[in-house]
Design a protein around this ligand. Structure first.
Ligand SMILES: [Zn+2]
Length: 306
């Protein structure tokens, strides 16, 4: 493969890690036996000009193949549950992406460092996770919450924080975006991630019920970026069984990392609709509705014949 060394210095360590990850045999990395789920591949996601993906909110997704999934965990780190999630991922030798709340990172920097040390991707999820979502805040306050979150996470993770995130990956609390904030993040070369499906783990249920729910959704979707919360005990409890089920069903876990160039995406299926607006109203009733539904960009939502 061709490796582009970015002119952006903060991406160089990531690209170097990417290079090394492709030198090592991917199937069974050191310490990973043949019986674990194991790493499949690292997918660089272009950040030049930013971009929004995730079928729950946007009419486009990452270019994953059938039976490829990306594991993402929001709202941590959380001392009671995040270590169990990290243990489960380590036991199966797979890597995830964590979208951290800045104040949680500041309160538990050792857990952030553990996520980095164990090779996971650490992205951003605001400083305070406001109950109105960012959409309910004045634009300047929303930007401030994003920036403070980035600084807090990077300080906890790396000991220093610059003006731009080391890993320019961001997820909105409650997926409550605005066109102005999306544009602002694009100008900063920060990618926005919604999700393709989720575990609904904000709803209290037994780990067994959550496992059955998420497997049913996975079998329907067959691939995609999945959203969990590593702050939820039921998710931490079901994760080992979920990862074993992935192996039994032939799924591969792909790790996403920042990459060079613009983001590559796949258009949504022809029957796509956004689930975000109705979910926002259910989950975050005080969050304002978006005035206009998110419209596909010209030429983007051409139905895929498949
Ligand atoms: Zn969240």
């Amino acid at each position: 493969m061709t490796i582009f060394f970015s002119r952006q210095p903060h991406l160089r360590p990531i690209l170097l890690a990417l290079l090394l990850s492709n030198v090592a045999p991917a199937a069974h990395a050191a310490g990973c036996g043949p019986n674990v789920l194991g790493p499949s591949r690292v997918m660089p996601i272009g950040t030049q000009g930013g971009g929004e993906t995730g079928l729950k909110t946007y009419p486009r997704s990452l270019p994953l193949a059938d039976h490829e999934i990306v594991l993402t965990f929001d709202d941590g780190p959380w001392p009671g549950t995040t270590p169990k999630v990290l243990d489960a991922l380590a036991a199966e030798c797979v890597k995830a992406t964590f979208f951290l709340i800045g104040r949680n990172a500041a309160a538990a920097p050792a857990l952030v460092k553990r996520e980095i040390t164990e090779g996971h991707t650490v992205g951003h999820h605001t400083m305070t996770h406001p109950s109105l979502t960012l959409r309910g805040l004045p634009d300047a306050r929303a930007r401030e919450d994003i920036n403070r979150g980035i600084a807090a996470v990077d300080l906890a993770a790396y000991g220093t924080a610059g003006t731009e995130p080391r890993v320019p990956f961001f997820r909105y609390p409650g997926f409550g975006d605005t066109p102005a904030l999306n544009h602002w993040l694009e100008t900063r070369n920060i990618d926005v991630f919604s999700a393709d499906f989720w575990a609904s783990d904000w709803v209290p249920m037994t780990p067994e019920a959550e496992l059955q729910l998420v497997l049913a959704r996975l079998d329907k979707a067959r691939k995609g970026v999945i959203l969990f919360h590593d702050t939820k005990a039921q998710t931490a409890a079901m994760l080992p069984a979920f990862l074993r089920a992935l192996k039994q069903r032939g799924y591969k876990v792909v790790q996403i990392v920042p990459g060079p160039g613009p983001i590559a995406t796949l258009p949504a299926p022809a029957d796509w609709t956004s689930a975000t607006e109705r979910t926002l109203q259910k989950m975050w009733p005080k969050a304002p509705l978006q005035k206009e539904p998110a419209a596909p960009a010209p030429g983007e939502a051409v139905p895929d014949a498949q």
